[in-house]
Design a protein. Structure first.
Length: 385
């Protein structure tokens, strides 16, 4: 059986993780060295020269990430936004344009609009479900990059990756998919026509809220060469310990994602039955606008649930500050449950724009605790709302 035909958990555990040949250690050693001895000038040992360019621990993670996403090349960065920044600058030049979803992650929009915008990169937010509007935006702006999050953060919008890939490619644009919410266990965008996958590996891939990182994965060798050059030239790479922790997290991604998904389904159903709740955004519900697409391109519906309250901003804030097991904090994808008020936390940078998040919305990252305890925690927070 070839690696590309192995199951997800097998790929996560074994890709890039060959045992150490001298001692037979089954866990590849952690390499902290910043530089490497040369056998004469230019005589590099297995290509290793300097830590910014190459590191065995980071290389092992990159092989593991490529295997996880069915890619041929992967690059590990110091954060998800560092990965996105390096990717965009590897591909685009001043005057180029990005079409992105109109409910993109606030940090991504801030990077594209406020940082890279000053460098001359234009952007147009669009509803990715409106095929005509998407095609028109790409054509009007001669966009070279289409940027999709699915499920999106935090509105849980589902985008048909294969369909958007067709539209983008017909106009000569590349498709980037942020696969952070789904993870490589539930969704593999490169197999659906995407050109590039990005991750905040801080989230589900790392999985334990103890390491920050990002990744870019591609199949195309020319794209890889451009991204690899920027990774080396700019140097926003993951350090050895960060790479080691991310590798360890990725090995258990499959078993964790099953627990996250099962718990989220129960929490979402409980929330839906509460009179205080206006709407639960969860693609596992059959009446979710993107349910059929999610069912087609994902193997599960994930651990993220967003909820809007009838009591508006006041109700959302009260719940956010009352829970005990759901910790009020930014980020997501860790084994512990987290609750976030996006309007003032993760998405504060898009307030006042068309990407603004409703003020009555909370985003729940459902952890792997016992679901009955999570529901009890929420029920107590709902008391006297």
């Amino acid at each position: 059986m070839t690696e590309n035909h192995q199951g997800a958990n097998t790929r996560f555990v074994h890709a890039g993780q060959e045992f150490e040949p001298v001692t037979g250690a089954v866990v590849p050693p952690l390499h902290f060295s910043s530089t490497y001895a040369q056998d004469g000038i230019g005589g590099l040992r297995n290509g290793y020269e300097y830590g910014r360019g190459t590191n065995p621990t980071r290389d092992a993670l990159q092989a593991q990430l490529a295997g996880a996403e069915f890619g041929n090349h992967a690059f590990s960065f110091s954060s998800g936004l560092a990965a996105e920044d390096s990717l965009i600058r590897a591909i685009l030049r001043p005057g180029d344009h990005i079409v992105l979803g109109n409910d993109a992650y606030g940090g991504t929009f801030r990077l594209i609009d406020r940082v890279l915008g000053a460098w001359g990169i234009g952007n147009t937010p669009v509803n990715m479900s409106d095929e005509a509007a998407l095609a028109a935006a790409i054509e009007k702006n001669k966009a070279k990059l289409v940027w999709v999050e699915t499920p999106s953060n935090p509105m849980m919008t589902i985008t048909d990756i294969a369909k958007v890939a067709q539209i983008a490619h017909a106009a000569g644009a590349l498709l980037v998919v942020d696969n952070t919410f789904a993870s490589p266990f539930l969704q593999q965008p490169l197999t659906l026509g995407a050109d590039i996958v990005v991750h905040s590996t801080t989230k589900y891939i790392g999985g334990h809220s103890d390491v920050v990182g990002g990744a870019v994965i591609v199949k195309d060798a020319q794209l890889a060469e451009k991204i690899g050059f920027i990774q080396f030239a700019v140097g926003a790479v993951s350090g050895p310990m960060d790479a080691f922790l991310t590798t360890r997290g990725l090995k258990t991604l499959g078993v964790r994602m099953r627990a996250h998904s099962e718990n989220a389904a129960q929490v979402a159903q409980w929330l839906r039955e509460r009179s205080e709740v206006e709407r639960v955004l969860y693609p596992g519900f059959e009446d979710h606008p993107g349910h059929a697409i999610a069912k087609k391109q994902m193997s599960g519906f994930g651990g993220m649930v967003s909820v809007q309250f009838k009591g508006g901003e006041s109700a959302a804030r009260k719940i956010a500050e009352r829970t005990k097991l759901f910790t009020l904090a930014e980020s997501l994808g860790g084994i512990e449950s987290l609750m976030n008020y996006p309007s003032e936390m993760t998405h504060a940078s898009v307030k006042g724009t068309e990407l603004a998040v409703p003020v009555n919305l909370l985003r729940l990252s459902v952890g792997i605790e016992d679901p009955a305890d999570l529901i009890e925690d929420l029920e107590k927070a709902f008391t006297n709302l």
